[in-house]
Design a protein around this ligand. Structure first.
Ligand SMILES: [Zn+2]
Length: 465
């Protein structure tokens, strides 16, 4: 058998197994997993001795080239997928946003154009639904058939994104009927809006008030309500960016009852806390995203949630805005600070470092959280999310002991600060393959814009874990 590439002598780590093997790649796919594949038969031979070989990371929550509050997130599909690749992530699921009065089709067309010719690695889309006055709920069926099998709804941001319970319930019924799944931004937007207005009236305009006006109770209430609506609709539900123990408890209770309820958290909630708002001057704005940072004690609860499968996925909610000129739009009013933070590049290192080196879970669980569970829940498995014959050769040769201090000076995201500045991580990607092509090797980018493809996702069939 002839191979384009053989990865030699690595330690293969999947969600279930760890073993020494060679991997043969042909035509962008994994063609063989065996010991002692004959070197003469390889176009390229890559020695992975001493390193792990893991499936490429899948980040199911990013916002590239996204308009928000009069500006646009600073990474586009080229710089964002490139930064992701540097961090070992080879598939992104971004969000096509339907604005008021638009069809879901228009949303999808807009975001397909944004990505086309730019992405360096593969991508897919969820569709954000903000208006159902027309035929949008009927359109969900057509989108599911075209590989957009998940829809994000908001229980926050009244007047912009927020939907009422009846609409959410109808969308859940529709999703369940056609093999789709609802992803929920769970915060009680109505109550938060009242608290925010009161704060502004009292002259509380600094960045920290973004966090202080969005209580954990608002997230827990909405999480519980989303779960109840999904239960009544007989639909699965996926809670995005879960940030606090209060909401985690709601997910745990639902899962204990056997409901198809899933949730993700993000590295910022595992590493940062409300103390970050003590940064001097306006610098707290760097940490303004939603849900906000919480008190430090929540971190340990979230790590435990990842270890015990109350949380199934780590995504980033990557939504970068530069500190200069973008975050500064809210200098005098925290409600005008564009919401979002940069993180797509550092997910694998932060989770490997804190989770595996931190003794919280195994390398297999790490792979499950950053790649396999995302692939299964979002209809990409087994094409992506594992190392198996026939799967895409999206692979990362990962050095479990390489160390780095995260800094905006060295990162590849197009943004002028890092949320994780100064944090030391152990465990870094060394070589990154996207469908058999090396796109990052030893800190050098070797891919090209436009090589990434849109991936049609399968319908939701349950995680089958
Ligand atoms: Zn988001």
């Amino acid at each position: 058998m002839q191979f384009d590439t053989i990865i030699r002598d690595g330690t293969v780590v999947t969600a279930s197994d760890t073993y020494a093997s060679d991997i043969g790649i042909t035509g962008g796919r994994i063609a063989a997993i065996a010991s002692d594949l004959p070197a003469d038969n390889a176009g390229t031979l890559l020695d992975a001795k001493g390193f792990l070989v893991i499936p490429g990371g899948i980040d199911v929550h990013t916002h590239l080239d996204m308009p928000f509050g009069g500006t646009t997130s600073s990474d586009d599909f080229e710089t964002g997928t490139r930064a992701a690749a540097f961090g070992g992530t080879t598939t992104l699921i971004d969000f096509a946003i339907q604005y008021k009065g638009q069809s879901l089709r228009q949303a999808l067309d807009t975001w397909m154009k944004k990505a086309e010719g730019k992405a360096v690695a593969d991508y897919a889309f969820h569709c954000i639904i903000t208006d159902v006055a027309g035929a949008q709920l009927e359109e969900m069926r057509a989108l599911v058939r075209e590989g957009i099998s998940t829809f994000k709804l908001f229980m926050a941001y009244p007047g912009v994104f927020m939907l009422d319970d009846a609409t959410i319930f109808r969308a859940m019924l529709q999703a369940a009927k056609h093999g789709g799944m609802i992803c929920m931004h769970a915060e009680n937007g109505g109550a938060i809006d009242v608290i925010v207005r009161r704060a502004l009236a009292e002259g509380k305009t600094a960045p920290k008030y973004h966090a202080l006006t969005r209580p954990t109770t608002a997230e827990a209430e909405a999480t519980a309500r989303a779960i109840a609506l999904a239960e009544m609709a007989g639909a699965p539900v996926y809670i995005v960016h879960l940030s606090c123990n209060d909401a985690l408890e709601k997910v745990r209770e639902a899962r204990d009852r056997g409901l198809p309820v899933y949730a993700e958290t993000c590295p910022q909630y595992l590493y940062l806390s409300i103390e970050n708002f003590d940064a001097p001057g306006f610098e707290g704005a760097k940490y303004v995203f939603t849900p906000p940072l919480r008190e430090k004690w929540h971190q340990e609860k979230l790590w435990n949630g990842l270890a015990r499968d109350t949380l199934q996925v780590v995504s980033t909610d990557h939504c970068p805005f530069c500190f200069k000129e973008q975050k500064e739009l809210g200098k005098d009013d925290f409600t005008k600070i564009p919401n979002g933070g940069p993180g797509v590049e550092h997910r694998l290192s932060l989770i490997y470092s804190g989770g595996v080196h931190g003794g919280k879970f195994s390398a297999n669980r790490f792979v499950e959280l950053v790649s396999t569970a995302p692939a299964k829940l979002f209809g990409l498995y087994p094409r992506k999310g594992t190392i198996a014959v026939g799967s895409d050769a999206d692979l990362v040769v990962f050095d479990p002991n390489a160390e780095q201090v995260i800094s905006a000076k060295t990162h590849h995201m197009r943004v002028d600060y890092s949320m994780f500045e100064g944090i030391h991580v152990r465990g870094l990607p060394k070589v990154v393959f996207s469908r058999g092509r090396v796109i990052v090797q030893d800190g050098k980018f070797t891919g090209r814009a436009g090589a990434g493809e849109f991936i049609r996702r399968q319908t939701f069939t349950g995680p089958a874990m």
